[in-house]
Design a protein around this ligand. Sequence first.
Ligand code: PBG
Length: 379
Amino acid sequence: MREIFYFLPLSGFYAANNSFIMHIMSELDKTTRMRRLRKGGILREMLAQVKLAPEHFVAPLFVRSGQGVRRPILSMPGQFQLSPDMALEELSDMAARGIKAYLLFGVVDAEDKDATGSHAHDPNNAVCTTLRLARDAGINMLAMTDLCYCEYTSHGHCGPLAPVPERTARRKSGRSSAAAVRRAAASADHTTVDNDATIAQLGLQAVLHAKAGADMVAPSGMMDHAVAAIRAALDSSGYQDTSILSYAVKYASGFYGPFREAAESPPQFGDRRGYQMDFRRDSREAVREACLDVREGADMVMVKPGMAYLDILSAVSQAVDVPCAVYQVSGEYAMFKAAAQAGWIDEKQCVLEIMHAFRRAGAAFIITYYASEIVEWLR
Ligand code: PBG
């Protein structure tokens, strides 16, 4: 009885409100027809605010030392690990097809990995060699490089590890042998990268890449103050014109899975949640990260991954006064490829749709393994 008493006036309110809306609609909106502007192709084309062009896409490339190597990456159909000579072929091919920029990742042989990632500082490593080959061959593309250590360290983390307080390690292991301490360190929740040691190294890596011909370096390790350290190192070595694209907003994401096969860089223990961002936080943390990097001297910032982070991309691109890029990562690529191979989606239609979504959300350009195919499709 009581329920009905409460319910009646409420339903009366809705009913009245509804008929009011119906009234307005009948008077005003009868003449409104949204479909008028969707009627013809010319009009649709004329009104499309978001368009794609070849210069909006950056192609990532995995390079490893050797000769004549073109090793397929199984979880990323159509992508390869290339030796520098083969990468050069690939780059000339891409340039001829209208791709304007590439982003290099180094893949490192196990025997060249160590605790600090020192192979990253070898001027004859695959990344530096490829940069020099491309420059000497006059490849007319923007050369970008990923700056990180996860491909170069034996433990697969993005820089040298912070020493774990010995007491914690001993307590956890109950023993004190070096191996036991190392194991305990590995399982400690706070096992993480030594921030300041890493940024000191990053400056060195950036200068090497610039020297070899990189136009732009992209630190991806989520170390605090990395951008300032890299800017200072570049400037003091005479590379004031080398720009920094900061992976300012990078989440600890399951979508990097295939990349870790591609770059042979999975963390050997633990994960990257101690330095990459937590996707349960809202866009304010992302905006703060991006603004800090801009203040440190980032010329552009990036949001990564892409598809699951359109809200973040939108917030960040509106908050900063530098161009904002987005990275459609390996797992996103793999999902499209798998569904396309199974015949479950129209690959071209779906990929171009998400590319428009990235641009609509504010991306100045998109780093994507689909770059080559998109540029073909746009022809
Ligand atoms: C290196 C780095 C990663 C990616 C780009 N740079 C891997 C990671 O952070 O684990 C991922 C790119 C991709 O998944 O396509 N830190």
